[in-house]
Ligand binder design. Structure first.
Ligand SMILES: NC(=O)c1ccc[n+]([C@@H]2O[C@H](COP(=O)([O-])OP(=O)(O)OC[C@H]3O[C@@H](n4cnc5c(N)ncnc54)[C@H](O)[C@@H]3O)[C@@H](O)[C@H]2O)c1
Ligand SMILES: O=C(O)C[C@H](O)C(=O)O
Length: 324
């Protein structure tokens, strides 16, 4: 058996965690031969509920779970953490945009960035799920000056997976037949789900779908899917968010074939301002991610990519006081 790894999860008593924790404990994220120590963080008022979750994890008798820490202290939750999934934050309700949560949630991520800086493993991989995820990841990273900015990522994998399914259903194929899907930019209604590089069963997606469907159905459906789930369920996506968080961390840690979308600190690639947390097409190998370079961008793509970049710059300006 391998040595156990420490996985910190915030918002441990919330909706997403109620799926996420059990799937990680079952080995879905790091494999069936990787023991885990779960380090779960909640706010003091939710500690009873978190203790109930811990009771349930224990009742599953998962072979991979070596220990569980339940705490309301971020310094304890992030101690020596190898992986940190920052889920704990307020979700939006009907009629809100995710950036309306900036004020409510931003302070959480400055505190947690500092705690990661001071206590986590120097190799910690951080995924921010709590919204607005890209800018929250920027806040956490800026408050962790001793860690590399590249260790902080935000989740657009749910958008990527949503886009895969929309295209597969439209073309009558399976999601596994689709490759080179790309989500650019912010996990928000300005995100740009781009089919320009996409192939379905080896054929260019643009040869299989009409331009009108792409611009007026596919793009808005993916951009608005979170709101559609809130309308239908009366609560934001939870099991699908957990599943995508697992996909993101698994591929980053263990590698994957093909292109996936991850929101990562921009290095200026594709003309995007350096530093903001922007979703790019990446390849994951050897425990690292790398932006896929060299795609040609037409005027339509450039405009969409700049619109979502502009929103991220505005979000950054709104939290300037928290950026350390
Ligand atoms: N990036 C994405 O694709 C994506 C997808 C779905 C949901 N989300 C976001 O994820 C977040 C969580 O969603 P949810 O449905 O699980 O919400 P939830 O309200 O069910 O759970 C959030 C939990 O976080 C806890 N919490 C709040 N502040 C905390 C803090 N400072 N430290 C630790 N825990 C804290 C709360 O007590 C609560 O138990 C929301 O912001 C939601 O918008 C993001
Ligand atoms: O839409 C939301 O607010 C939740 C989440 O970000 C989602 O995309 O489902």
């Amino acid at each position: 058996m391998k040595d156990p790894v420490r996985i910190a999860i915030t918002g441990g008593a919330g909706q997403i965690s109620y799926s996420l924790i059990f799937r990680i404990a079952a080995g879905d994220m790091l494999g069936p031969d990787q023991p885990v120590i779960l380090q779960l963080l909640e706010i003091p008022q939710a500690m009873d509920a978190l203790n109930g979750v811990v009771m349930e994890v224990n009742d599953c008798a998962f072979p991979l779970v070596q220990d569980i820490v339940a705490t309301d202290d971020p310094n304890v939750a992030f101690k020596d953490a190898d992986f940190a999934l920052l889920v704990g934050a307020r979700p939006r309700g009907p009629g809100m945009e995710r950036k309306d949560l900036l004020e409510a949630n931003a302070a959480i991520f400055s505190v947690q960035g500092k705690a990661l800086n001071d206590h986590a493993s120097r190799d910690v991989r951080v995924l921010v799920v709590g919204n607005p995820a890209n800018t929250n990841a920027l806040i956490a990273s800026c408050n962790a000056p001793d860690l590399d900015a590249g260790q902080f990522t935000a989740m657009t994998r749910l958008d990527h997976n949503r886009a895969l399914t929309q295209l597969a259903q439209k073309t009558g194929k399976h999601v596994s037949d689709v490759d080179s899907m790309i989500i650019w930019g912010n996990h928000s209604a300005t995100q740009y789900p781009d089919l320009a590089q996409c192939k379905v069963d080896g054929k260019a997606a643009f040869d299989l779908v009409e331009r009108d469907w792409y611009e007026n159905d596919f793009i808005p459906t993916v951009q608005q899917r979170g709101a559609a789930i809130i309308k239908a369920r009366g609560a934001s996506s939870a099991a699908s968010a957990a599943s995508s968080a697992i996909d993101h961390m698994r591929d980053w840690a263990l590698g994957c074939d093909g292109i996936v979308s991850m929101a990562i600190p921009s290095d200026g690639s594709y003309g995007i301002e350096e530093g903001i947390i922007y979703s790019y097409p990446v390849r994951c190998q050897g425990g690292k991610y790398e932006i896929v370079q060299g795609f040609e961008l037409d005027a339509f793509s450039k405009e969409k990519m700049q619109a979502t970049e502009k929103e991220l710059r505005e979000e950054r300006a709104a939290v300037e006081h928290l950026l350390g």
